[in-house]
Design a protein around this ligand. Structure first.
Ligand SMILES: [Zn+2]
Length: 266
């Protein structure tokens, strides 16, 4: 599978993202077709959201102008992660994340493409090592990126940085499992794992049209990794302006959330 190149035309953008503490102005989502997941961490590896938002209580987000106009949007995995024996973990994260959005909207539905070598899905998911991706090479702090819906086939594409350790819930991983060359089973060292479901919900949000929400730290669409797997009221309101409101009781949403968090969803 060739690595997708960034387009060389005006839709190519520069990202401003980091895995270090943000300096000065908060990094903004670009608005020319490519967006990103960014992570801010302290020295302890915790997410860091300090300072940039003080006094901001009102949000005005100029929304992306395009959305999926087809009733059925297809998805599938074109390159699985090297960290798992098959793609079942990745597919599960994608299915859960799609459901989080699907439960709130009515104008589109998502359908899986099983053989992505035969049919290219509208939303293809690719995992790639940082050294094999131009953007990740230049910006090693980027966890993943996605393209907004556009007329171009690249719209909706999602790429995860496979040089990070991904887990379904963001739990840390015994180092010997990831790096048996340097750690033996006796070690108590653990490596940070990143929440694949959270990141997937965020990137899917871009893939169906949402820009970043810089104003709400609890939003899944916040530009920095926060591990959220529940949509904020702002996330919900925004996506429903794109695709209509699906009337569903909070009881059902809670039911799916509980199943998802307890790991029983498939
Ligand atoms: Zn993003």
């Amino acid at each position: 599978m060739p690595i997708r190149r960034l387009p060389g035309d005006r839709s190519r953008t520069r990202l401003h993202i980091t895995n270090k503490k943000p300096q000065g102005k908060l990094h903004k989502a670009n608005d020319t077709g490519l967006s990103c997941m960014a992570v801010a961490t302290t020295q302890k590896g915790e997410a860091n959201f300090e300072s940039n938002y003080k006094g901001e209580t009102q949000s005005i987000i100029e929304e992306w102008k395009k959305k999926w106009e087809i009733p059925t949007v297809t998805y599938g995995i074109t390159n699985e992660s090297k960290h798992f024996p098959d793609n079942s973990i990745e597919m599960r994260a994608m299915t859960v994340a799609l459901r989080v959005w699907q439960l709130r909207i009515k104008d589109i539905r998502f359908k899986r493409v099983y053989d992505t070598t035969v049919n290219t899905p509208d939303i293809p998911l690719t995992f790639v090592d940082a050294e094999n991706d131009k953007l990740f090479s230049e910006r090693p702090g980027v966890l993943a990126y996605a393209y907004f819906p556009t007329e171009s086939p690249i719209g909706g594409d999602i790429t995860f940085n496979d040089s990070y350790n991904w887990t379904l819930t963001g739990e840390s991983i015994p180092a010997w499992k990831v790096d048996p060359e340097h750690y033996t089973k006796n070690t108590t060292v653990k490596l940070k794992g990143y929440n694949m479901v959270h990141t997937m919900i965020h990137e899917l949000g871009h893939a169906i049209g949402l820009r970043h929400d810089e104003f709400n730290k609890d939003s899944v669409m916040h530009p920095f990794y926060n591990g959220k797997v529940v949509l904020s009221p702002t996330d919900v309101r925004r996506i429903q302006t794109f695709y209509g409101e699906r009337k569903i009781s909070n009881k059902w949403i809670q039911y799916f959330r509980d199943r998802m968090l307890s790991g029983r969803i498939r």
